[in-house]
Write a protein that binds this ligand. Structure first.
Ligand SMILES: [Zn+2]
Length: 364
């Protein structure tokens, strides 16, 4: 199995197209055609993790955070990022980062947090916008089934728990080919009227080239008439954060003690206690101040996240308990999720969970 094959497997589980625009995910270092010996799974790819990979005969590190985030202009081992990249290259070790691609799926980082807090009835807190496209095309009646079936197979027509969703309307199309045309119906130079079906299907943005290729391969016309439009609808099962419910109400202090224990954190920084029981809990692994508004809008009693600044706590406005459990701590179950998935999918070599602690923050 090559690095590219592992990359494809990860892409099926946490599509890189779901990553945020600011992010830098995928294969960051290494040759996609290199055969994989073993995989080391880590939260961060630091120099000690590269050393661990060398010691454990792993030539691919699959990590959560991207070690290269804002670009590299030189490779002179003058800072920790350059040292990692240089050492990895010297030792033929590839580095693959998942980051927000895994933040944005239902079974990712925030699923790990929900599981740690035993939340039920979970759903995405901030569903992804501008991610759904609609294809409209015009097909002669006899070819409607073969064209729509091929588009369904390519991933179009999925809405939530439903597949093969489409809408059809019958009408008629007209066309007149020039001297260079080669029409399959009618003849060049003569206007032709053909009974056609207008077919509408939605699909996810990252499937665009696959959907178009499928359309062109399966539509009978020489020139295919089609439109693609971007929809304002949100993708309900993809997005940042999750929200769910505790089985039983807890007091705020009981919840803080529970969360401190579950996330194994040295301390929780929190907003003012409101003196009311908590049940509805929003979570967002990593830096999550941007989710305060959504959590409040959805009536969450608590938001568990990290990297909250002084002024962020004011946004609680006596409506929600904001909890900063620590960045690493909020994402601490992520590497286990990655390891479990790769172990389930790959049996020809070892998937090893890193033993290195990469949390840069300590508590006194
Ligand atoms: Zn993070």
């Amino acid at each position: 199995m090559k690095v590219q094959d592992v990359s494809n497997l990860i892409n099926e589980w946490a599509p890189l197209a779901y990553a945020e625009d600011f992010d830098n995910v995928g294969l960051l270092v290494g040759d996609p055609h290199q055969e994989v010996s073993n995989i080391l799974v880590s939260h961060d790819a630091l120099e000690n993790v590269v050393d661990e990979a060398i010691a454990k005969n792993c030539n691919l590190i699959v990590c959560f955070h991207p070690i290269i985030f804002s670009g590299l202009k030189r490779l002179t081992a003058s800072n920790y990022v350059q040292k990692v990249v240089q050492k990895a290259i010297k030792n033929d070790i590839a580095i693959f980062a998942i980051h927000t691609a895994l933040d944005n799926v239902e079974h990712g980082v925030n699923f790990g947090m929900c599981k740690a807090l035993n939340l039920s009835n979970t759903k995405i807190l901030s569903p992804k916008q501008h991610h759904i496209y609609k294809l409209t095309t015009y097909v002669p009646h006899a070819s409607v089934k073969s064209v729509t079936d091929s588009l369904f197979r390519a991933g179009a027509g999925s809405i939530g728990n439903y597949e093969e969703c489409s809408f059809e309307a019958k009408g008629q199309g007209s066309f007149k080919g020039n001297e260079n045309s080669n029409p399959i119906i009618g003849s060049r130079g003569t206007k032709h009227i053909e009974p056609e079906t207008q077919v509408h299907l939605t699909f996810e943005k990252h499937l665009k080239s696959k959907i178009l290729q499928t359309l062109f391969e399966n539509h009978p016309y020489e020139e295919v008439a089609y439109e693609i439009t971007s929809l304002e609808n949100t993708l309900q099962n993809v997005g940042m954060g999750m929200i769910g419910q505790l089985d039983k109400e807890m007091s705020e202090l009981e919840f803080l003690a529970f969360a401190k224990d579950q996330f194994k954190t040295g301390g929780i920084r929190h907003s003012q206690l409101l003196g009311k029981p908590v049940k509805k809990i929003a979570v967002l692994g990593g830096s999550g101040a941007f989710a305060i508004k959504s959590a409040k809008a959805q009536g969450a009693d608590v938001l568990v996240t990290s990297d909250l600044k002084y002024h962020d706590y004011y946004q609680a406005e006596s409506r929600i308990l904001l909890c900063d459990v620590g960045h690493y701590e909020s994402e601490r179950y992520t590497k286990n999720l990655i390891c479990d998935y790769l172990t389930e999918k790959i049996s020809t070599f070892a998937i090893i969970l890193s033993e290195e602690n990469t949390n840069p923050i300590n508590y006194f």
